[in-house]
Write a protein that binds this ligand. Structure first.
Ligand code: COA
Length: 254
């Protein structure tokens, strides 16, 4: 599909978010394409690392809000959950290049990547509270672990964004680079990984993730269930309708 470019060369599969006119917001079809690509990459011996990248001006505005408003009820087999489980359990190295806004799942997916390179214009936010929602992608577990509880509370309870420098400081980002160079740096790092023995890469990653993989999947499923319910509740309906109508939401009644 054209909203996700998939390209494989020199042992690296690259997934490029390519819906720039809608700020690379994820549709169900885009989650499905990414989930399918990750499933293929995990068993294809010619793929030794995956890069996930956006555009120099925008990584992703998160889930498509029209899809939130009108989409079918999510189940654990929905494309979004297949994608989330796919990145959480992906057995080979996953490298991200992030420039510009990374909203909602655009930030939470990064907690599942192994290496993250950010443009100096990167802005991370998880504004679930402003949308009447709860966290997803096991972010209620992983964000406090990485940011510390109080910074996580600012990010999740207040929905406040944080910039590339703060992300570097807490370890969410490996390096800050000029936006035009971010995809190239991620690509170069992935190629370095692809030159290493695949069996070692996979065993090292498996051991690093093993300690809390079951917990991550448990929290992800629990959050996903509640998130799906909250999508139908009045606060979220008001937030999505306000976004579509380009006005501020009115939460005084919810
Ligand atoms: N879903 C659907 N469409 C979206 C979108 C989303 N998440 N984010 C942006 N778009 C669309 C806008 O509606 C607009 O469409 P239009 O040109 O047809 O009017 C277009 O993308 C450009 O967005 P705009 O808001 O004008 O760009 P901006 O540069 O001023 O702001 C963002 C960029 C990312 C900060 C802003 O678009 C935003 O906050 N988006 C919503 C993020 C969000 O809440 N996501 C859900 C997280 S769970």
């Amino acid at each position: 599909m054209t909203d996700i470019f998939i390209h494989t060369a020199d042992g690296v599969m690259t997934l490029t978010l390519n819906r720039v006119d809608k700020k690379n917001s994820f549709t169900q079809a885009m989650y499905g394409a990414c989930a399918d690509a990750l499933a293929q990459a995990s068993t294809d011996d010619s793929v030794r690392a995956v890069v996930l990248q956006g555009h120099a001006t925008i990584f992703s505005a998160g889930n498509d809000i029209g899809d939130f408003l009108n989409g079918p009820v999510s189940t654990q087999e929905s494309p979004v959950f297949r994608f989330l489980r796919g990145i959480a359990t992906f057995p080979k190295p996953l490298v991200a290049a992030v420039c510009g806004p990374a909203v909602g799942i655009g930030t939470t997916l990064l907690f599942h990547c192994d290496l993250v390179y950010a443009g100096d214009n990167a802005a991370f936010s998880m504004p679930f509270v402003n949308l009447g929602l709860c966290p997803e992608a096991a972010s209620s577990l992983l964000v406090p672990q990485m940011l510390g509880y109080h910074r996580a509370a600012e990010a999740l309870l207040l929905g406040e964004p944080f910039m590339a420098e703060a992300a570097l400081e807490v370890g969410l980002v490996n390096r800050i680079v000029p936006p035009m160079e971010a995809n190239g740096v991620a690509q170069a790092q992935a190629r370095k990984l692809a030159a290493k023995p695949l069996s070692s890469l996979m065993e090292i990653k498996r051991f690093m993730k093993k300690g809390q993989m079951a917990k991550v999947l448990e929290v992800m499923a629990e959050e996903g269930e509640r998130f799906g319910q909250m999508l139908r509740e009045p606060a979220a309906r008001e937030a999505f309708t306000a976004f579509m109508e380009k006005r501020r939401p009115d939460f005084s009644q919810v």
